[in-house]
Design a protein around this ligand. Structure first.
Ligand code: PGA
Length: 253
């Protein structure tokens, strides 16, 4: 179902105590705030997930997910974590396809397809990230790149599986750079994504998919970006690490 979401991708930041403090601060700020059906999620590194969950227990409105998972069920994959391990820790949402995983850990579209399938097979919800690089935008290839990323990793899913898919369009040139896409650029791409889904599946289904924008979302630009009709919230990196900024972005919904 199309809901509005603000999700904090903590990346490799915050130790255990800092994670607890941040979740406590978010929970406290949301106590008297009517989320009106919108969702708030945080994605700590694996090792701090349970601490974040415990901190959010008083206020279950802060959902805690994982930043990645392995595609195999179990086995000799040192350092990796499976879907079942996440589920057994009450983690039901996982980010897949983040550009940092694609770039630094060589995650290909084919690998991401396997990961998406493993998550869906386990009934998990996926925040699927994708987006073009600067040179791809500068050469006018951004729509093609985005369409390809979607087609190669998730367009094989059955229509029913899409209930578990949240999309996060994150132009690589906007991540951590302070160079946000303009609200118009975000809207243009989000509308394209929705049209592409409508073509592959149905207009009705496309209208039900939450499409988040990610890349240098800050309190100062969130209202304008979230105000666009095809933008259903944001995946937030840097600004998700400061309680005041993250809360301001949640309130921008
Ligand atoms: P940023 O990161 O907000 O720091 O640009 C966004 C992301 O990588 O999800």
């Amino acid at each position: 179902m199309r809901t509005k979401i603000v999700a904090g991708n903590w990346k490799m930041n915050l130790d255990r105590d800092q994670s607890i403090q941040l979740v406590n601060a978010i929970s406290a700020a949301l106590q008297n705030h009517d989320l009106q059906g919108n969702r708030v999620m945080v994605f700590p590194p694996f090792v701090n997930i349970s601490a974040a969950q415990q901190a959010s227990n008083r206020d279950l409105r802060v959902e805690v997910g994982a930043q990645n998972m392995h595609q195999a069920a179990s086995g000799a994959y040192t350092g990796e974590v499976s879907a079942q391990m996440l589920l057994s820790n009450e983690v039901t949402t996982v980010i897949l396809g983040h550009s940092e995983r694609r770039e630094y850990f060589y995650e290909s579209d084919a690998l991401l397809k396997e990961k998406v399938d493993a998550a869906i097979a386990h009934g998990m919800e996926v925040v699927f990230c994708f987006g073009e690089k600067l040179e791809e935008r500068n050469t006018g290839n951004h729509f093609k790149v985005v369409e390809d990323q979607l087609k190669k990793a998730i367009f094989h899913l059955h229509e029913g599986d899409w209930e578990k898919i949240i999309l996060a369009y994150e132009p690589v040139w906007a991540i951590g750079t302070g160079m946000t896409a303009s609200p118009e650029q975000a809207q243009e791409m989000h509308a394209f994504i929705r049209a592409t889904i409508a073509q592959a599946y149905s207009r009705e289904m496309a209208e039900g998919i939450s499409i988040l924008y990610g890349g240098s979302v800050k309190p100062g630009n969130a209202v304008e970006i979230f105000g666009k009709p095809d933008v259903d919230g944001g995946l937030i990196g840097g600004a998700a690490l400061q309680a005041a900024d993250f809360i301001a972005i949640i309130k921008a919904l």
